[in-house]
Design a protein around this ligand. Structure first.
Ligand code: SF4
Length: 414
């Protein structure tokens, strides 16, 4: 987006009410739901083109990379499809030359006070069910100096919260520096003045870099939050999934995380209905979730993805109604746990970043809440001094409902 801007275009990102004469749809091709959402957006744009409100329509991203030929044949209204990393292709199509010197400059599609910073692309793991390595290829770490430079530029733009993301965060540095460098990277990010919060998304449990936990514990601006997908707990399922970790090691890791970073909030993901999952496997998963008491959890039902090991070698043998019933049961258990955890926050004072004003409430998040996916903190705005969006306040939590917390500001704004 920044490169297009430098080439003279005005660029906006608004999927709800798109404007402009040229649309570029960036797609995801990871699982069925994401593919469907991408296709729906393309078709919506095709309609605008047919109606004459849009002159050119381009599609890029993972879905385009993965199903290029099928998409060209099926959706002729699209002017051109580009692969996931074909930035030069799309710039060339629009008459813009790539400027290397501006490679780390960004146009944010998030609110101005937070940003996602991607530290690597691709993944060298080969989880049996996962299409990501097929689409994005091997793990490629970005040079540390580039990332730090980007963070400094974003701070200068007004960003104070950083969601550090990668398909496999803990592998950062292995390809480029022949060692795990995530702890060093975060420690150097923390030292950049203006970086208020750093949040870590998508860690992998096997060979977890324990020194990262020290960095989290010692630095108040690294959120006590870790998103670590575990997928299952039964040894046979973990082995079939090619996760290279055992049930016992997983239990130990959770203990270590909770011991080394007191108060850490863990977000995880599980998969139910993977080939061969028995009632006994599923019962182990329920026991584990009840024991671990994850603060946040997502779950989804397995489906074959083209080209993956499990699609090629295993039968999708858990009936759909069983998958759904397991998913519902797991989510009901988690709902109870996260409800209890939310309730425990009543009476506490939390540092909250204000994301937006909506109706009668300022809506914010604590260090335990990532944007889009986690609960929010709602603060009635009537009768209080206006609060700047993107600023931090201290909030006394008064009550909790199933998802969100409610409270009032107890200090002058920071
Ligand atoms: S670690 Fe994550 S991205 Fe990599 S193959 Fe496994 S599930 Fe896919």
């Amino acid at each position: 987006m920044r490169q297009l801007e430098l080439g003279g275009y005005r660029v906006t990102h608004d999927a709800e009410s798109p404007r402009g004469e040229i649309a570029i749809v960036n797609t995801c091709g990871f699982i069925g739901d994401a593919k469907e959402e991408s296709i729906n957006m393309i078709l919506q744009m095709c309609q605008r083109k047919t109606q004459g409100t849009l002159k050119h329509l381009y599609v890029m991203g993972c879905l385009s990379e993965r199903y290029l030929h099928e998409l060209i044949a099926e959706i002729p209204e699209v002017d051109r499809f580009f692969g996931k990393f074909d930035y030069n292709g799309i710039l060339g199509e629009l008459g813009v030359n790539y400027r290397n010197e501006s490679a780390n400059e960004r146009v944010l599609t998030t609110p101005a006070h937070y940003a996602y910073v991607k530290i690597s692309e691709g993944c060298d793991r080969r989880c049996a069910y996962c299409a990501i390595p097929i689409i994005t290829g091997h793990h490629v770490s970005r040079p540390m100096e580039d990332i730090l430079n980007e963070v400094s530029q974003l701070v200068a733009q007004g960003v104070n919260e950083f969601q550090v993301i990668a398909q496999e965060l803990t592998y950062y540095g292995m390809d480029l520096y022949q060692e795990r460098k995530i702890a060093e990277l975060i420690e150097r990010m923390v030292a950049i003045p203006g970086v208020e919060w750093i949040r870590l998304h998508y860690a992998y449990p096997t060979d977890f870099p324990i020194d990262l936990l020290r960095v989290m514990r010692e630095n108040p601006n690294v959120c006590n939050y870790l998103d670590i997908a575990l997928q299952h707990i039964s040894d046979s399922q973990l082995s079939l999934m090619h996760r290279h970790i055992t049930s016992q090691q997983t239990y130990q890791l959770i203990e270590t995380l909770r011991r080394e970073v007191p108060g850490i909030h863990l977000r995880t993901t599980f998969m139910v209905g993977f080939p061969g999952e028995t009632e006994e496997d599923f019962a182990k998963l329920l026991d584990f979730v009840a024991w671990a008491r994850f603060e946040r959890m997502g779950a989804f039902a397995y489906s074959h993805e083209d080209g993956t090991y499990s699609a090629m070698h295993y039968a999708d043998d858990v009936p759909e109604d069983v998958k759904q019933a397991r998913l519902d049961k797991l989510m009901r258990l988690q709902q109870r746990i996260s409800g209890e955890i939310q309730e425990e926050k009543v009476g506490r004072v939390l540092r909250v970043i204000i994301d937006r004003l909506e109706g009668d409430y300022y809506i914010g998040r604590s260090e335990f809440d990532s944007p889009e996916v986690d609960p929010e903190v709602l603060i009635p705005c009537n009768g209080i001094k206006p609060v700047e969006i993107g600023s931090f306040v201290w909030v006394q939590i008064e009550r909790a409902d199933e998802f969100d917390l409610y409270g009032h500001i107890i200090t002058p704004n920071e």
